[in-house]
Design a protein around this ligand. Structure first.
Ligand code: FES
Ligand SMILES: [Fe+2]
Length: 351
């Protein structure tokens, strides 16, 4: 699928970016990130305008990036401020693109599109990531996936695949008593799946959140914001109890496209039970990594290969009631892509 520019893309976890150059490719743009002495983040295009060296191969000098090839230096506004050659005159055309950037809830976000539209209030909020009194956290992960971002989106908004793809890790067996619910809050989509009166799925017994001796009810509620930003609230409680008696294992999932075919998969899982127990943290990490890397990834990759670059809608997919959330998201993304294409065409016509 085409890539959106006029959206906030998650670029890194806060802890990934320090006072050294850090590079990540997002929606086909090479981005350089670094942190200035006061802690603020700089986001510049990562290609030197002289001989096109990746700037991240250079070094930070007094809050400015010095190209590692011939030493041109650029400030946090992308302006060339130092030329060590000839009489030192800075060539007028020597500048790199600067991107709007924001740090919020332990994530760094960049805006690749029209800077005038970069409204920081539009960044999806993840207040849980700051609630260190309530939760123990996994480290922030970024998996490089050879997968198109929209196919991972389909996977995450489809809460029913777990019973078939994750029976040994995350999910209950098929054919349980379930309830599903879909709701919209503006452009935000929520998809809920509840299961009732069943043995707990493997991750719950392995982490000790459920004993396996009593049946449980579970809730999974996925929140989606465009383009591919997810919060999964998930928990388990003894059958017949309310969520307030439950153990919760929520997860943040954010998919940032690298190219049309590859993605960065940011995730962090956290729990409100067995706090301070490193063994439980290890089990959480192991189960989640297995599920995403060894179960979701090969299946989505196989789908991508089978689709062979063809458009989802043009392939005329069979739609099930459980596809409703993903379909709503796809329709909204299609609209955003059309708006960007129309704007680009209008701009091209005017120029
Ligand atoms: S390529 Fe950067 S200064 Fe020459
Ligand atoms: Fe999955």
């Amino acid at each position: 699928m085409a890539l959106l520019k006029n959206v906030w893309h998650a670029a890194a976890w806060s802890q990934e970016v320090g006072d050294k150059p850090f590079a990540r490719t997002i929606a086909n743009e090479h981005i350089l990130l670094y942190r200035k002495a006061g802690g603020s983040i700089v986001a510049l295009n990562d290609t030197c305008p002289h001989r096109f060296a990746p700037l991240h191969r250079g070094k930070i000098v007094n809050g400015e990036i010095e190209c590692g090839y011939h030493g041109l230096r650029f400030n946090d506004k992308g302006a060339c401020v130092h030329n060590p050659h000839g009489d030192g005159t800075v060539p007028k055309s020597a500048a790199v693109k600067v991107y709007p950037v924001a740090e919020k809830d332990t994530l760094i976000w960049v805006w690749l599109g029209d800077p005038a539209r970069a409204d920081k209030a539009a960044i999806p909020e993840f207040p849980w990531l700051n609630e260190t009194d309530t939760y123990d956290f996994s480290g922030g992960h970024v998996m490089h996936m050879p997968l198109a971002w929209d196919l991972i989106l389909d996977n995450l908004l489809d809460l029913t695949h777990g019973a078939y793809l994750h029976p040994d890790t995350l999910a209950p067996t098929p054919d349980l008593r379930t309830e599903t619910n879909l709701r919209r809050d503006g452009d935000r989509v929520y998809s809920l799946l509840s299961t009732f009166d069943a043995p707990p799925p493997p991750i719950w017994t392995a982490t000790g959140a459920a004993t396996g001796k009593v049946h449980v009810d579970t809730w999974l509620e996925m929140r989606w914001d465009a383009p591919a930003t997810f919060f999964l609230d998930v928990g388990v409680m003894p059958t017949g109890h309310g969520r307030e008696d439950g153990n919760a294992l929520p997860t943040v999932h954010i998919i940032t496209p690298e190219t049309e075919e590859t993605s960065h998969y940011f995730w962090k899982m956290f729990r409100n039970f067995s706090r301070g127990n490193p063994k439980v943290s290890e089990v959480m990490e192991e189960f989640a990594t297995r599920a995403f890397q060894d179960e979701d990834r090969p299946m989505i990759r196989a789908v991508q290969e089978r689709m062979a670059g063809r458009d989802f809608w043009e392939m005329d997919p069979v739609l099930l009631p459980t596809d409703a959330a993903a379909i709503q998201a796809r329709r909204m993304i299609k609209k955003l892509l059309k708006e960007e294409a129309d704007e680009a065409a209008g701009g091209a016509a005017r120029s």
